[in-house]
Design a protein around this ligand. Sequence first.
Ligand SMILES: [Zn+2]
Length: 208
Amino acid sequence: MREVPDLIACEGCDALYRKVALRPREIAHCPRCGTELERDAGRQRERILPLTVASLIMFLIANGFPIVEIELQGLSSRTTLFGAVLSLTTEGMSLVALLVLATTILFPLLQLLFLFYLLVSLAKQRRPAGFSWLVRAMQSLRPWGMVEVFLLGVLVAVVKLSNMATVIPGVALWAFGVLTVLLTAVVSFDPRHFWQMAYAEASKEGSA
Ligand SMILES: [Zn+2]
């Protein structure tokens, strides 16, 4: 969405509207085509930073502990998801390995790190370097950061590894479970809210 401080453009029909202050949990729709223009994040804004931090911790646990036991030529070894992805590449499944790496490790981590950086900077009341670029990057990464994609990646990894590996019902598996639930809440946060948050900070500074 293209935005200037006081105007908002409809993504559906390009009509321009003057922004109005939304009441808690209120959603503004385009009167011409019905596309959602803006919604009040309500308490989501206060919850999103703790959720992001919890997700990052769960991410570290999920990827730091062994999740599968791989058997190769009679030798069995326990490995993390990343180790499992590496063993997929040695089995000649580089494309699958790349898909699993992107959907279960790369996209969630990038999304969480961007969120953390933006939220912490805005909490310190400053617009961080690369703000516009990061918010746009998050909006384009969003379809890839969906929980369905993440679960699909995990599922593909499990299926592809099933003939040579067994899943360990341990810490990493539980952490993945919790991470899935947390990510569901985190990805429901629309990056568009960052524009409103930055604008609110700017107008506070302006009036001070
Ligand atoms: Zn419209």
